[in-house]
Design a protein around this ligand. Structure first.
Ligand code: 6YU
Length: 475
């Protein structure tokens, strides 16, 4: 059929949009996007605040999201400056930190800074296992729990008084890492796989991330996207019908196609893979999907009348001084979920946002938090702030939280790799997989999702015009 091939894209997040945009630009005339919800953007969602993605990881020409955002004039001068593009932050924001203790006091940055140094050096080591060969069976969590106290004994032996607070802070850093990786525990992230994620230099906030989506939508033909159109089942390898794929929607509509590009989140795919595809995927591919990790990281925004932090502070770490050891055993999630809240980033500039903190919480505790009412979350968070600041009357005046795990078409936040993946699988061109989780190096990011959509569009373009070579996929 060439440029008349019928192509259906399932999902209108950045991966789906990227694929559709690429195909339309190459002249494909019959492209349709089916989106389950009432909006485009998926995990890029700007409400009053950014509910989903907020950073460009790697604002430089290497990053396609940066290139698009520049093209659409979404970035300020600072983001586009060469200095900003050259800051190597190892994927973690260059935050000015403060440290609040569960004993109601600020901890000294001089005392806590060596923990960050030591911890960062261990994380760098974790990254290197991927390239040094072999397949260590240990997890990142186990490695850090074993190595950190050993190194700390050597380096901090002359300051025994700081030991407990420092170890408590190391535990906080593991909770932060759970947020970065989108996992319940760093024990679920394999050492050999950790370095597969490729960090691009620097980090920058796009004000109004959804602007990117709006601009991409504006470039697509009108009515190409059908909203509120959840796909129930993709019947492929159909014989006896004119087209090999039939897409069955929840509302009963049947959409015939030559190809379908499936961009649903990995969490959704894990949950529905037995019914979403008919015939089901080959066993090897099903196993790969089950083995890939997909977890929850949520934001809890709090607005205050007045800041209780210093003007230059960019992140407030919460240090539970009563927690000893680096293990993360939850006794009773109903009473202790709040202990997983690793800290707050300070939204800047204040003139734009007011005095707003963004709390970060990952894992099962984060999923439990989603089940509570907003009033219950507000109550618990207020108690926490009072305890940590030592101020018995302080209270946030607004709370807003994300609930990514309970979104039926997302089922979590983003992917991580728990185990080294087995080899590639044959891929009939009827069903193609895109989405952040399918990117071999940039999974869990917006640019990874975008590139994955482009990759699958290129695969079809190549199919009909074999001159440009397609990229490789992780699924
Ligand atoms: C980034 C960042 N960021 C914070 C939070 C979240 C994420 N990410 P989509 O889900 O967008 O689209 C799929 C569509 O499919 C969707 O619209 C569905 O409704 C639809 N659908 C589903 N089922 C369907 C059906 N049956 N029928 C029809 N339609 C259906 N990324 O670059 N910067 O700051 C953050 C952050 C709270 C939740 C993020 C960030 C991740 C991105 O948001 C995400 O990857 C992409 O938007 C996904 O796009 P998509 O199109 O694939 O899916 C080990 C190690 C790991 C190291 N990792 C370090 C990286 C750190 C990442 N950190 C992120 C942090 C933040 C703050």
């Amino acid at each position: 059929p060439g440029l008349d091939a019928r192509i259906v894209v399932v999902g209108c997040g950045i991966a789906g949009l990227g694929a559709a945009q690429r195909l339309v630009r190459r002249g494909f005339r019959d492209v349709r996007v089916l989106e389950a919800t009432a909006r485009s953007g998926g995990r890029v969602h700007t409400g009053r605040l950014e509910i989903g993605a907020n950073w460009i990881h790697g604002p430089s020409q290497e990053n396609p999201v940066f290139r698009l955002a520049c093209g659409y004039n979404l970035l300020d001068q600072e983001a586009m400056s060469e200095e900003n593009q050259a800051v190597d932050v190892g994927g973690h924001p260059p935050f000015v930190p403060s440290f609040l203790s569960s004993n109601g006091r600020w901890l000294s940055a001089d005392v806590m800074a060596p923990v960050i140094q030591l911890y960062t050096s261990l994380l760098d080591k974790c990254q290197s296992f991927h390239t040094t060969g072999g397949e260590p069976v240990e997890s990142v969590g186990e490695f850090i729990r074993r190595e950190l106290p050993k190194l700390a004994m050597q380096e901090w032996q002359d300051q025994p008084a700081a030991w407990d607070a420092r170890m408590a802070f190391a535990r906080t850093l593991l909770k932060v890492e759970c947020c970065v990786c989108g996992t319940h525990s760093m024990d679920h992230v394999g050492l050999g796989a950790f370095g597969m994620y490729t960090t691009l230099i620097s980090l920058h906030i796009i004000p109004g991330y959804e602007g990117l989506i709006d601009h991409m939508m504006a470039e697509l033909p009108k009515d190409i996207v059908s909203y509120n159109r959840p796909v129930k089942c993709i019947h492929w390898n159909e014989s006896g019908s004119a087209l090999p794929v039939r897409i069955e929607c929840e509302n009963g509509e049947m959409v015939p196609a030559d190809h379908v590009i499936l961009t649903v989140p990995l969490g959704y795919l894990k949950k529905h893979q037995n019914t979403l595809l008919d015939p089901p995927l080959p066993l090897g591919k099903k196993h790969s999907i089950q083995r890939m990790g997909f977890g929850t990281n949520n934001k809890i925004f709090l607005e205050f009348e007045e800041p209780f932090w210093e003007p230059d502070c960019e992140i407030i770490y919460l240090v539970w001084e009563d927690e000893v050891g680096l293990t993360d055993v939850v006794t009773d999630i109903r009473t202790s979920w709040i202990k997983k809240l690793s800290g707050f980033t300070v939204l800047k500039p204040t003139e734009r946002y007011g005095h707003v903190l963004c709390g970060w919480i990952a894992g099962h505790e984060s999923e439990y938090m989603e089940t509570l009412s907003e009033a219950e979350v507000l109550h618990t968070v207020t108690q926490l702030i009072r305890r940590f600041t030592g101020n018995p009357i302080i209270a946030p005046r607004m709370l807003l939280r994300s609930q990514w795990h309970s979104q039926p078409y997302t089922c979590g936040s983003y992917s991580y790799l728990p185990l080294p993946l087995s080899g590639s699988h044959s891929k009939p061109l009827q069903v193609l997989f895109a989405g952040e989780a399918t990117h071999p190096r940039f999974f869990s990011t917006v640019h990874g999702a975008l590139e994955s959509g482009w990759r699958e569009a290129d695969r079809l373009i190549h199919h009909y015009d074999p001159s440009p070579a397609p990229l490789t996929s992780r699924l």
